[in-house]
Structure formats: structure tokens, C-alpha cells
Design a binder for this molecule. Structure first.
Ligand code: MV4
Length: 449
């Protein structure tokens, strides 16, 4: 057992505040780190201590490992919570924390590194009995090799970067004549974007749903899943809204996907919270895509339907306790939806930083708002544009949509453009309301604002 009395939160914005909520409820002291642009940020105001770690650009502050480690040492923090983004999936950072005797709140560095390599993740998951799409067992080196595999897999297929994830550096190939050219382009793009040109190929599913399973695992082999999240509605690989449970998943399919994820966690010695991303085909077959080794933006919908506090569980696991997690303790109740409110033009999706002149957070039953914004807050241009997550919970999906509609109506953000009007259009859409959508939803969605 390692007692955790003080946590340094190596993040900013809503997730830094969210982590702080739980620390305060657990009687754990908090240390905020911030850039020069974030002096007026809410995570700085509510932390017990705050340390400036560098100038506005992330590369010099929130990604500055020596500055963050120094801040943890100066403040005597027992542990670091990385949140999502920034250093959350850096095996290097996790290892340095470990070497400095600061507990990294997340899985082991070798597990983070393994899942960061998508080719290795596919191999590991196959060995653990997780279904994957037919594709290459190793990175593709030549056009000849690609052609041979393509004949086995068939078209369309997709080329993905081994170091990628989240949709960056993917190319769809619909016929043989496009294969060699796209392979070359994908390799070059991957090399430029990730300093690693390795790519692999997979059969391409045309109209999938994106379903993810939340898992919790401790360091003693206790593993449970908290059901799925429906993450299909996205634009350019940025999720717009998420829900739990998925309107496309039966109790049987949930149990099947959950059991697969739990078994895989046991086999790889996973610990902490984690997420298995799957593609779900129209015939209910599901295939592993990636594993995220961090807490995710959309974790609140799972918290709403399970009553679990995922951050609290990450902290318990990090202390080394035997949690005695039992799957039978997990019950899914009602329905939850999260809308990501971004400081963006709702049609062009261009960033809209600036001063928030008026701000109203909706309340009432079944409404949760995760945000670090406040009236008068200046949204800086340097970071992610998400300024709030509006989350609702109700007994049924239909009631949750109605609740989201009234909450969106009462959520006021003036002075900057936001995606609130887009969410109102989606909530009113017949296909959305029927649960009838695929990853192509936004491409096919016509709206005027
Ligand atoms: C796919 C796919 C279809 N078939 N892989 C996008 C994010 C990245 N993690 C992988 N992605 C996809 N991989 C195969 N074999 C379709 C997508 C995809 C997608 C996936 C989830 C959510 C939205 C998406 C939008 C376009 C493409």
C-alpha cells in the first residue's frame, strides 16, 4: 500500500477540475500546474497549491516533463494524475514518474507503450482472444506485400499508421490500382506526423458504429467492465457527443463485449481505468480498434449510468489496494448523453477563442456540467477548444434527449461562438432520435444555423 495524500494534476481545463472534485471528496491535497496563459484558470484557483511550469505553448508547459517532475518534487506530491491528452499516454513520462518515486495514476509504462503501437496492440489482442479485422500481422514494407495481403482481405481496405490513432493518417483504398500510391502517401504522412512511417492494413467497414467498453482493473488481477459508450457521432475524428448505453447494443452483446475486454485486461496485466474501442458492424460483429490507457473525455456518461466515480477508482488502484471488484456490483441504470461544447463556429468548426461575456450553467434534476469556464473567462487560443461538457441522465433515452434539449436551451455562453446550436439540431433530428446512425452521420446531416 502506498498512501496518496497529495496529487499533482498534470493537466488543465475541465478535466483538471474534474480530477480535483474527487481529490477534495477523498481528502487528498491537490497541486495544479499551469502555463503563463492559464494564470486566471479555474484549476489554479481551486487547487491547494499551484505552480507555473512555462509559457503558453503546450510543448513548453503541459508537455514539459522536467518542469512537471520538478513541480511534483517541490510540492512533495505522492502521485501525478495526467488526465487525458498531453502526457496521459506517454510511456516515457510514466516511466520517469516511476523512476522519481512519484506514482503515475494509470497503467504500467510497458502497457502504455504496447497499446501506443497499434500493430503490437492488434497482435496482443489477437493472442488474448479479442476479435480483430482481417489485416496485416506486421507493418507493411512494400507495395508487393500490400498487394498480396489485399488479395486475401479484399477491397475496400484501410491503411493506418502504427503510431497513429484517433483517425490521423488513415487512407481508404477501394481498388487495386489505388493501393501502391496510397501506401506511399500513408507512409510519408505517418513519418511526418509521428516520426514513424510504419503502417498496416485492415478490411474496411463502410458504415460502422464506434462503441467503446470502459474497464477498471486493479494491480491484483481484479477486473470489471462498466458497459459501453456509444461514440459514433463525430466529425473529422472529433467526437461531438456520446451516450451510455448504446441504442444499438443488447444486454447479451454488452456482456459479450465486456467479457472480451475483461479477459484481455487480465492477459496483459492491465491496471487502472482503460477503454477498448471497437467497430460494430451492421450484423452485430465487433472488432478491436485501439485501447486507450487513460481516462477519457466521455467518461461521465459511464459514471452517470453506473454511479461509479472513475477517478476515485483510479486513485484507489494507484494506492495498490485489492479492490475486490465484482462484475455483479455493476448495474446500468437509465440513459446518459454528453454534448461537447466547443468554442467553435458550429458550421465551419473553426476555433472561436475570446472572452466569455455571459455564462449560465443549467441545473435541475439529472444535469451535470464539467467545465472550467466562468463569466468573464478568456478562452485562450493555445489549447483544445472544448470549454464544457453538458451531461444529462434520465430513465430512458427519450427522456434523456428531452432533458438535453432543455439543458441546451438554458446553457448560455456569450461572447464566443459555440457548438450549442449544432447540438440542438442533432437532438431534434429524427435519425438521431431513432438511434439510426453510423460514423457517416455528420457527412449526411444537413442543417442550417
Ligand atoms: C476503421 C473504419 C472502418 N474500417 N477501420 C477512425 C478513427 C480510428 N480510430 C479508426 N477509424 C476508423 N477505422 C476499419 N477497418 C472506420 C473508421 C472511422 C471511424 C471510426 C470511429 C468513429 C468515427 C469514424 C469516422 C470515420 C472512420
Amino acid at each position: 500500500m502506498r498512501e496518496i495524500k497529495k496529487i499533482l494534476i498534470a493537466n488543465r481545463g475541465e478535466i483538471a477540475c474534474r480530477i480535483m472534485w474527487t481529490c477534495k471528496e477523498m481528502g487528498i491535497k491537490t497541486v495544479a500546474v499551469h502555463s503563463e496563459a492559464d494564470r486566471e484558470a479555474l484549476h489554479v484557483r481551486f487547487a491547494d497549491e499551484a505552480i507555473c511550469i512555462g509559457p503558453a505553448p503546450s510543448a513548453e508547459s503541459y508537455l514539459n516533463i522536467p518542469a512537471i517532475i520538478s513541480a511534483a518534487e517541490i510540492t512533495n506530491a505522492d502521485a501525478v494524475h495526467p488526465g487525458y491528452g498531453f502526457l496521459a499516454e506517454s510511456a516515457t513520462f510514466a516511466k520517469i514518474c516511476e523512476d522519481c518515486n512519484i506514482k503515475f495514476i494509470g497503467p504500467r509504462p510497458d502497457v502504455i507503450a504496447m497499446m501506443g503501437d497499434k500493430v503490437e496492440a492488434r497482435r496482443t489482442m489477437t493472442a488474448a482472444g479479442v476479435p480483430i479485422l482481417p489485416g496485416s500481422p506486421d507493418p507493411i514494407d512494400s507495395a508487393d506485400e500490400a498487394k498480396k495481403l489485399a488479395l486475401e482481405i479484399g477491397f475496400p481496405l484501410i491503411i493506418k499508421a502504427a503510431a497513429g490513432g484517433g483517425g490521423r493518417g488513415m487512407r481508404i483504398v477501394r481498388e487495386e490500382s489505388e493501393l501502391a500510391g496510397n501506401l506511399e502517401l500513408a507512409q510519408t504522412e505517418a513519418l511526418n506526423a509521428f516520426k514513424n512511417g510504419a503502417v498496416y492494413i485492415e478490411r474496411y467497414i463502410e458504415r460502422p458504429r464506434h462503441i467503446e467498453i470502459q474497464v477498471l482493473a486493479d494491480e491484483h488481477g481484479n477486473v470489471i467492465h462498466l458497459g459501453e459508450r456509444e461514440c459514433t457521432i463525430q466529425r473529422r475524428h472529433q467526437k461531438l457527443l456520446e451516450e451510455a448505453p448504446s441504442p444499438a447494443i443488447s444486454k447479451e452483446l454488452r456482456e459479450e463485449m465486456g467479457a472480451v475486454a475483461v479477459k484481455a485486461c487480465r492477459e496483459i496485466g492491465y491496471s487502472s481505468a482503460g477503454t477498448f474501442e471497437f467497430l460494430l458492424d451492421e450484423d452485430d460483429s465487433f472488432y478491436f480498434m485501439e485501447m486507450n490507457t487513460r481516462i477519457q473525455v466521455e467518461h461521465p456518461v459511464t459514471e452517470m449510468v453506473t454511479l461509479a466515480d472513475i477517478v476515485r477508482n483510479q486513485i484507489y488502484v494507484a494506492t495498490g489496494i485489492n479492490t475486490d471488484y465484482q462484475q455483479s456490483d455493476v448495474q446500468i441504470t437509465g440513459h446518459s448523453i454528453e454534448c461537447r461544447i466547443n468554442a467553435e463556429d458550429p458550421v465551419k468548426f473553426t476555433p472561436s477563442p475570446g472572452r466569455i461575456t455571459a455564462f449560465n450553467i443549467p441545473g435541475g434534476p439529472g444535469v451535470r456540467v464539467d467545465t472550467a469556464a466562468y463569466p468573464g473567462y478568456l478562452v485562450p487560443p493555445y489549447y483544445d477548444s472544448m470549454i464544457a461538457k453538458l451531461i444529462v441522465h434520465a430513465r430512458t433515452r427519450e427522456l434523456a434527449i428531452a432533458r438535453m434539449q432543455r439543458a441546451l436551451e438554458m446553457m448560455v455562453v456569450e461572447g464566443i461562438k459555440t457548438t450549442i446550436p449544432l447540438h440542438r439540431k442533432i437532438m431534434a433530428d429524427e435519425n438521431f432520435q431513432k438511434g439510426n446512425f453510423s460514423t457517416k452521420f455528420m457527412e449526411e446531416f444537413e442543417y442550417e444555423i
